[in-house]
Design a binder for this molecule. Structure first.
Ligand code: F6P
Ligand code: MG
Length: 474
């Protein structure tokens, strides 16, 4: 059946679409200008300067068009196969203005358009305009990274030594394992709360607070739907039957979120729930903080020499934020342990990166089978596909104005069919209007706490979350 609900639009003043287009996108574009400006000044390449100037002018033009509600213009060809798709879609939409377009399309277009300014240059082709901010944010996650490194090391060692007390019953062991599994899913979930595109003014203290252990315990009450148990039962059954296979993670943000994706991936392997983990990054700078293949390697490399990475001030961090005690020997050793574990998994082919241009089209995942049939076939080979984050959730649900009590399977279209072949697990902190699979009244109750009940503001901030599962192999 076709999509019955309308997508959120930038014209809808009650939606976060409108607020995003009006307030957030201009800031993101201004930050992109700053980045190009700084790189231009620092660069030794003589062509970099003049080309950088042209790029800045193009970004400024884009910002002007957005803020003056001009028509969204066709993308300039840069040789990418996806350009035609964007322009055909634009045509189908009747060439809308910035403030009267489907939110999902307009936002994806914004990042793709920004990217063409670089790809159509000679000397800036592969420049990641968000790189500096991504790296700085990961350094700010130092405290949580240290805490989780130690926890991860303990978990992996106890799994390797199958450290159950001899007198433990099967039931108790299973309960304990289920609790650990759920905990790992939740760590991975909350890693999504700290993305850069939304939290443009996040302070160092805010980031730390979101990531602490106690904060996670406290945060459990903000998970509106939690299917982690179901997923555990399934994976355990598969393991008991000797049917363990690959698990995929469709990545969202780099830095701390990617770090917790590695934690989850490493745990799934060590616990015998997966034989390999396939990570799906983006192919161009995307929604500010999303993972590019280079970010994947940067993270592993940061752990190679953690003292110099975490202890020395770089990337514009002001000196007052670095007044932390240097890493202790055991902290350094835990981080280096992660480096050796994860680089080995990568070398052995158990941590694999698999980019695909589909992830940076504007298509929702309702269209995955028709737009990217090979990718769809590939995902069917996986035992479980984990979709991280808000944008993936919006794409799963076609970013449409579903009634929040609509079932998750209905809202995800083809992927939610019986026998679709893909098992979908969404780990998402809510940063947009769309949300489904809620019990009656939950949305109404959350709205009623707000003075502007017509808006679903509770769902915009990353404070609430869902862990939702659909078994497409049934
Ligand atoms: O809602 C704010 C927003 O920036 C959306 O534009 C986008 O869907 C999302 O947040 C990005 O968040 P995430 O990194 O979790 O996909
Ligand atoms: Mg993101």
């Amino acid at each position: 059946p076709g999509l019955t609900e309308e997508p959120y639009r930038t014209s809808d003043k009650n939606s976060f679409a409108y607020v995003s287009a009006r307030d957030r996108w201009p800031v993101i574009l201004t930050q992109a200008v700053d980045d190009v400006y700084k790189h231009r000044v620092d660069s030794e390449d003589s062509n970099h300067g003049p080309e950088g100037g042209k790029i800045i002018a193009k970004i400024a033009q884009l910002k002007f068009e957005l803020q003056h509600n001009r028509l969204i213009t066709p993308l300039e060809d840069d040789g990418g196969d996806d350009i035609r798709g964007y322009n055909e879609e634009l045509d189908k939409l009747g060439n809308p203005k910035w403030f009267d377009a489907p939110w999902l399309f307009a936002e994806c277009y914004l990042y793709r358009r920004l990217n063409t300014f670089f790809t159509n240059s000679e000397t800036w082709k592969t420049h990641d305009v968000f790189h500096v901010r991504k790296a700085a944010a990961f350094r700010s996650s130092r405290a949580a990274v240290i805490e989780l490194a130690s926890k991860y090391r303990q978990i992996i060692s106890s799994l390797e030594n199958s450290g159950d007390p001899a007198d433990t019953t099967d039931g108790a062991r299973e309960e304990r394992e289920k609790k650990l599994f759920t905990d790992m899913c939740e760590i991975c979930l909350w890693g999504n709360a700290t993305d850069l595109s939304l939290l443009t003014s996040l302070t160092y203290a805010d980031i730390q607070q979101l990531q602490e252990h106690n904060a996670r315990e406290e945060a459990r009450k903000y998970i509106l739907v939690n299917h982690a148990d179901k997923v555990y039962d399934l994976l355990k059954k598969q393991r008991d039957e000797g049917k363990v296979g690959r698990i995929d993670i469709v990545l969202d943000n780099s830095g701390f979120e990617l770090f917790v994706d590695f934690i989850l991936g490493g745990y799934l392997l060590a616990a015998g729930f997966a034989t390999e983990i396939i990570f799906h990054p983006k192919s161009l700078p995307w929604f500010v903080s999303d993972v590019l293949p280079g970010d994947f390697m940067s993270l592993i490399n940061a752990l190679r020499d953690p003292a110099s990475y975490f202890d020395s001030p770089r990337d514009g961090r002001s000196a007052d934020k670095v007044q932390e005690t240097p890493l202790s020997d055991s902290q350094e050793s835990d981080l280096k342990y992660l480096f050796s574990e994860w680089s080995e998994l990568h070398t052995e082919g158990k941590f694999l990166l698999r980019p695909n241009r589909f992830w940076t089209t504007a298509a929702s995942y309702w269209r995955l089978p028709s737009v990217a049939p090979q990718l769809f076939q590939d995902l069917k080979q996986s035992e479980l596909v984990i979709f991280k984050g808000d944008l993936n959730y919006r794409k799963l649900t076609a970013d449409a104005a579903w009634n929040p009590t609509t079932s998750f399977s209905k809202a995800i279209g083809e992927l939610g069919r019986l026998g679709s072949g893909v098992r979908v697990l969404a780990l998402r902190t809510c940063k947009a209007d769309v949300v489904v699979g809620l019990d009656d009244e939950v949305d109404a109750e959350l709205r009623s706490g707000d003075s502007e009940e017509r808006k679903r503001k509770w769902a915009w901030t990353g404070k609430w979350a869902v862990i939702q599962f659909w078994d497409g192999k049934l």
